[in-house]
Design a binder for this molecule. Structure first.
Ligand SMILES: C[S@@+](CC[C@H](N)C(=O)[O-])C[C@H]1O[C@@H](n2cnc3c(N)ncnc32)[C@H](O)[C@@H]1O
Length: 216
């Protein structure tokens, strides 16, 4: 364990690990879910508690156990979409949210997903993807958001000594990735992280730039 983040799976030297459906499903099958904090991040629920539109279309990609969705449902939000690439994770979500209205659960690759949303919630998904795909992540988010749509959540503000995931980063890098597509309302040290991540996260509140449209 390093600052609350378990090492997932060591990579063989010189062999690039494919962070694909088999990799992630195996993590879930083996219960190697060291990223799972067991509850929604207070930084995210604090933001959501002030979000006015309960009918907003909200997406949580790479959602894992989707604690943020539990918060949204119990606070009256009615249009939530969860995506995870791992069938085993989705199986758990289907059981957890069985017969629950207002929530859609998809077993899909985020990068192939089609849809339009008012709000996307980021929680330990960006750090799980191959860093080479970070610009694609930013472009894909842009294509999924409505004209005034927002991407909010937390990103690591640290490096990791072991091979990721998780992959770290810093404000300089994040600014260069997101600034072309988003107005950066907030990208600053997070003051209300979960205890294991205190001092090592930034909170982001990014609004899609008006002139940014991408083919999804
Ligand atoms: C580090 S975990 C974080 C889970 C959850 N957000 C949390 O914070 O507890 C990353 C999750 O993203 C999922 N994932 C990885 N790549 C994905 C992709 N391309 N599309 C959708 N989900 C993906 C994995 O299966 C895993 O559940």
């Amino acid at each position: 364990m390093e600052n609350g983040e378990k090492k997932l799976q060591p990579l063989t030297k010189n062999k690039e690990q494919q962070l694909d459906v088999s990799y992630w499903n195996e993590r879930w099958e083996m219960s190697e879910t060291g990223w799972d904090t067991g509850f929604a991040s207070p930084s995210i629920t604090n933001y959501l508690s002030q979000y006015p539109n309960k009918e907003a279309a909200i997406l949580i990609p790479g959602c894992g156990n989707a604690y943020e969705a539990e918060y949204l449902l119990s606070n009256g939000f009615t249009n939530i979409t969860l995506i995870d690439i791992a069938p085993k994770a989705v199986e758990g979500l289907q059981a957890k949210f069985e017969n629950q209205e207002g929530i859609r659960i998809l077993c899909e690759d985020f990068f192939l997903h089609q849809g339009t949303y008012d709000l996307v919630i980021e929680q330990t998904f960006f750090c799980a993807i191959d860093p080479k795909k970070r610009n694609s992540y930013s472009n894909k988010m842009t294509s999924l958001l409505n004209p005034h749509g927002k991407l909010i959540g937390v990103l690591f503000n640290r490096t990791f000594t072991h091979q990721g995931p998780p992959f770290g980063g810093d404000l300089l890098e994040y600014n260069s990735i997101f600034e072309p597509n988003f107005e950066i309302t907030t990208m600053a040290e997070c003051y209300n992280s979960v205890p294991a991540r205190m001092g090592s996260e930034v909170f982001i509140n990014l609004q899609k730039k008006q002139n940014r449209e991408f083919a999804s």
